[in-house]
Ligand binder design. Structure first.
Ligand SMILES: Cc1cc2nc3c(=O)[nH]c(=O)nc-3n(C[C@H](O)[C@H](O)[C@H](O)COP(=O)(O)OP(=O)(O)OC[C@H]3O[C@@H](n4cnc5c(N)ncnc54)[C@H](O)[C@@H]3O)c2cc1C
Length: 383
């Protein structure tokens, strides 16, 4: 449904883009200030989901209760597997399935989401649709998703199959990284989420220089992995793919003049490409503004960006070490060593709140990458 010929009253808040960050922003605003009149504009004909969003509970600890009802499934623990060791991590892990988020948002915002509506310009106080209609609001939030990166980057790319197994697979908790698989095309691991006794999401994942994927090959590799575990496939239920840029430097275009959230605002974890934890933190802060305006939202975003500056800068350095100092077939050593560190440090890494001592700890000890190459990365960063 488009909005042509529809008379609209002016909104308090307009959100452009009903992806992850736009939906979370709308959700938080509605929970905190139900009196606000919110409108959401989305170019697709439905909520554009087909992707599963996962996170550690500690990534969103302050806001866990605010998003609990959006969570599709939680697990008590998770594991990582490397050729030299296996480790159980006690932190809770959670996932939001696209259909669950979509249903909740459509329910909460019935009549306030305008599908098939491409926005061609976003300003401080108004947006313009492709058919020329102008819509005004006190606060305009741009959540239009990632722009093309302007800095050098590697990629985290993956293909995932949602599978039903013939009999119970017996897996209780997610395997966040099973790096015992053959190391090709960079650092490679299988990621396994057990949805139910007979349902799994398995992603063949790569930290690679190249964004190219051979989907047919990856599907076969996942099925080979399933056989190697002794599981049998009853049915392939669905598929999802992703190519997330892993940048080596801060993108200059992140200094936004508007209130830009989500991947477009640079609000994602540089090493994982995941953006849910930052989208939650930002939605939490902006939804606390009384009578939000674009200028006030932008101030919140700029403050958040400044707070995160040194954490992010450190993560860009890690990305350069991973992609530029380590040989592709040796890249697994970085993760193998990282996951041997204390659990609290690992949690702080994912929630982007490492202390200086933890930052040093990650880089200290016998280096898993050649020292001269590592030094070049350090010098390049100015850290
Ligand atoms: C397969 C896959 C799995 C992932 N898994 C995770 C995960 O487990 N955890 C995690 O944290 N992150 C994950 N990510 C990354 C995460 O999904 C993205 O970082 C996140 O979607 C970015 O949110 P966003 O709102 O900025 O952009 P998007 O979610 O891409 O949403 C942007 C929206 O804006 C709309 N839009 C764009 N332009 C216009 C326009 N001109 N007019 C109107 N609408 C417009 C788009 O149609 C889209 O709906 C995954 C990504 C993929 C692809």
């Amino acid at each position: 449904m488009g909005i042509k010929n529809t008379v609209l009253k002016s909104a308090d808040v307009i959100i452009v883009g009903a992806g992850l960050s736009g939906c979370l922003m709308a959700w938080f605003l509605k929970q905190r200030q139900p009196e606000l009149f919110i409108q959401i504009f989305e170019q697709s004909n439905d909520l554009p989901l087909k992707r599963t969003w996962s996170f550690h509970q500690s990534d969103v600890s302050d806001n866990y209760l605010n998003i609990k009802s959006l969570i599709s499934k939680e697990w008590q623990e998770h594991t990582v597997h490397f050729a030299s060791y296996y480790r159980n991590l006690t932190g809770r892990y959670a996932s939001i399935r696209p259909e669950d988020l979509s249903n909740k948002i459509k329910n909460e915002f019935a009549g306030q989401i305008f599908f098939n509506t491409e926005i061609v310009s976003v300003d401080e106080a108004a947006i313009t649709t492709a058919d020329g209609s102008v819509h005004k609001a006190n606060c305009i939030i741009d959540a239009r998703g990632p722009e093309t990166l302007t800095t050098k980057c590697g990629y985290q790319k993956f293909l995932g199959l949602h599978l039903q197994t013939k009999t119970a697979h017996g897996l209780q908790n997610p395997i966040i990284m099973d790096a015992t698989v053959k190391q090709t095309d960079g650092y490679r691991f299988m990621y396994v989420l057990p949805w139910s006794e007979t349902e799994l999401l398995i992603e063949d994942t790569y930290y690679s220089e190249s964004s190219l994927m051979d989907n047919e090959f990856l599907r076969k590799e996942i099925l080979n992995y399933v056989s190697s575990k002794g599981w049998q496939v009853q049915k392939i239920l669905d598929e999802e793919t992703g190519v997330l840029p892993i940048p080596f430097f801060q993108s200059q275009s992140n200094e936004k003049k508007l209130a830009v959230i989500g991947a477009r605002g640079g609000f994602f974890h540089p090493v994982t490409g995941y953006s849910l934890p930052e989208a939650v933190k930002i939605a939490d802060r902006i939804s606390q503004l009384k009578n939000p305006s674009t200028a006030a939202a932008r101030t919140v975003l700029n403050r958040y960006r400044n707070e995160q500056y040194w954490q992010k800068r450190y993560f860009y350095l890690l990305n350069r070490l991973l992609f530029q100092a380590a040989q592709p077939n040796e890249r697994f050593k970085i993760f193998e060593r990282f996951y041997s560190l204390p659990e609290s440090l690992i949690a702080n890494f994912y929630r982007a709140s490492l202390s200086n001592a933890e930052k040093i700890r990650i880089l200290s000890g016998k280096p898993p990458v050649p020292v001269t190459e590592a030094l070049k990365c350090l010098i390049n960063s100015g850290v």
